[in-house]
Design a protein. Structure first.
Length: 454
């Protein structure tokens, strides 16, 4: 029955073939990405297992990549993302005991990171900006009933459906239990990771609320406009983040909310500087707080929170030296040494250092810095208030993402979602500017996909 996983890919391919790439992106790829877990996957001969979202992304991403190459309009981030994917591929091919496994890992990275990035880079701005943000928010809100069920009953409906109807045993039916309730994992099947995605979506929703408040609710749709008027999406997203019971996303959300206040101040650069100072002070305070709660002598009396913080403290002290010995290309995914029973590397920057070595670590730091720098530059440059507000929302979303990665790895659908937004952030333009990608598609509605291979 898991042959059904091919359906989004087939529909996406047909739509792209007919020149309807925007429809494929909005109505096939986004719902597949946000509503279906990656464990809903299918392995075709000579290919790695691919999820429904990846099958849907491939035709869209290939066209977007072709458009980017033909445009000749390249940015520093483009080179950084390409080098990051190449770094990962090199590490895997060098270190995987079976060469095919390394090649499959490289292909998965190409689809989930590079194709997602170029899709955001070329397809969204500015014509699809509002509709893309609106649909992301709506799709996450559609998962709310499933998430509440998981929190209350301690079972994940995606796991039940996957095992009973699709024959996919990799999807666990049971939720992670904390404080007597299941931690919401939703379609991402991981509380921490879905918490990051909810936080990033909260930032995007703040712009939709802003647009609705400026009497542009007609663009959002009558029902959604009314919901935004009464803060319903905002409150539901906050509830969903709370139900994950994940401290990392909650702390980074506080930073994101602070960043969202920048556009409320007349002097944007001054407000940005003040927010940066406040975030630095908050980071120093958080460091002192966690140092204090982990400074205990009686481990038998330690709380769950302190135990988790102590694990991360020891991990961040032990593994950098091991990562340094991995050289420029690290150990590969399956070759990472595990010491002291610390099998989970809950810090994605450190994990990249271990897997991809110095080269991958430098690149992920540069990608982080460039994504934030570009968002700030757009925030300072844009003249129209709605464009500045959107740049601020994008800055908040990316800050939430990068801050939380210090406490968790980047898994499940998060690479696709995050790099889609990073590509989108690199392409931000004034809202009055016409969209070249959309115009290019409209000019040649037939046989678009065939021309990719010429």
């Amino acid at each position: 029955m898991n042959i059904l996983i091919l359906i989004p890919g087939i529909i996406s391919f047909v739509l792209v073939l007919r020149g309807r790439i925007e429809t494929a992106f909005l109505s096939v790829y986004l719902p597949s990405l946000l509503l279906l877990p990656p464990e809903y996957s299918l392995r075709l001969p000579h290919l790695p297992p691919l999820s429904a979202a990846q099958f849907a992304l491939i035709p869209i991403g290939i066209v977007a990549l072709r458009q980017l190459i033909r445009s000749g309009s390249f940015r520093l981030m483009d080179a950084l993302v390409i080098m990051f994917v190449v770094s990962f591929a090199t590490s895997e091919i060098l270190h995987e005991p079976i060469l095919n496994d390394g090649i499959f890992a490289a292909l998965d990275s190409f689809v989930s990171i590079l194709l997602a990035y170029v899709t955001g880079r070329r397809l969204i701005e500015p014509d699809l900006r509002l509709e893309t943000a609106r649909r992301i928010v709506i799709f996450f809100l559609l998962t709310a009933p499933i998430g509440v069920w998981e929190w209350r009953m301690g079972t994940n409906l995606y796991g039940i459906f996957g095992q009973k109807f699709l024959g996919i045993s990799e999807v666990a039916q049971g939720a992670i239990i904390r404080s007597g309730h299941g931690r919401l994992g939703g379609s991402f099947l991981s509380p921490e990771i879905v918490g990051i995605a909810f936080g990033m979506t909260y930032a995007l929703n703040s712009w939709l609320f802003f647009m609705n408040k400026r009497q542009q609710g007609a663009k959002l749709g009558e029902i959604f406009s009314k919901l935004e008027k009464f803060h319903v999406p905002e409150l539901l997203l906050l509830l969903l983040i709370w139900l994950t019971e994940s401290r990392g996303p909650l702390m980074s959300l506080a930073a994101g909310i602070l960043i969202l206040q920048i556009t409320r101040v007349k002097y944007t650069k001054l407000a940005t500087g003040l927010v940066v100072v406040l975030l630095i002070l908050a980071a120093l305070g958080a460091k002192q707080y966690f140092a204090r709660i982990t400074d205990v002598s009686d481990l038998s009396q330690i709380s769950e929170q302190a135990s988790s913080a102590m694990y991360r403290r020891v991990m961040n002290e032990v593994y950098p030296e091991i990562a340094e010995k991995g050289g420029w290309f690290g150990y590969g995914v399956t070759g990472v040494p595990h010491v002291g029973g610390m099998n989970s590397i809950d810090n994605h920057f450190l994990l990249v250092y271990l897997i991809q070595g110095k080269l991958g670590y430098i690149l992920i730091i540069l990608i982080c810095a460039e994504s934030i720098r570009t968002a700030i530059a757009r925030l300072w440059r844009f003249q129209a208030l709605e464009d500045r507000a959107f740049a601020c929302s994008m800055l908040a979303a990316l800050a939430i993402f990068w801050i939380t990665l210090y406490t968790v790895f980047m898994g499940q659908q998060l690479p696709q979602f995050a790099f889609l937004l990073m590509g989108w952030g690199q392409s931000l333009v004034d809202g009055t500017t016409s969209a070249a990608p959309a115009a290019g598609v409209a000019a040649h509605p037939k046989f678009l996909f065939q021309r990719v291979f010429r």
